[in-house]
Unconditional design. Structure first.
Length: 101
């Protein structure tokens, strides 16, 4: 039962950074998922897949795993590259191609 410690990625539908500051701890699945024959739903007998813990810092999550004796792996987040653009840049003279409708 290995745990993953990571920062959740920003949702594509949001422009802000809400819910992306905390570190999240999820367990790796121990059993593969199976398709339930009657309804066709995907299910699993592994209850740890439903557990998610959130921590303010990476060190708190690591300390929790070490205190409880849980093997873990840390997935570092990629730095996001922010591109600053202004509406006025659409009409600038330095623009490489003319702006059209």
């Amino acid at each position: 039962m290995t745990a993953r410690i990571y920062k959740q990625a920003k949702n594509a539908m949001q422009s802000g950074t809400a819910k992306t500051r905390d570190w999240q701890l999820d367990y790796e699945p121990e059993q593969p998922r199976m398709i339930e024959p009657l309804m066709g739903w995907t299910s699993s007998g592994d209850m740890k897949q439903q557990l998610t813990l959130r921590f303010e810092t990476k060190d708190e999550a690591i300390a929790y795993c070490e205190r409880e004796g849980i093997p873990y792996q840390v997935l570092e987040p990629k730095e996001q590259k922010r591109q600053i653009a202004a509406y006025a840049d659409n009409f600038a003279f330095r623009r490489s191609e003319p702006w059209t409708h």
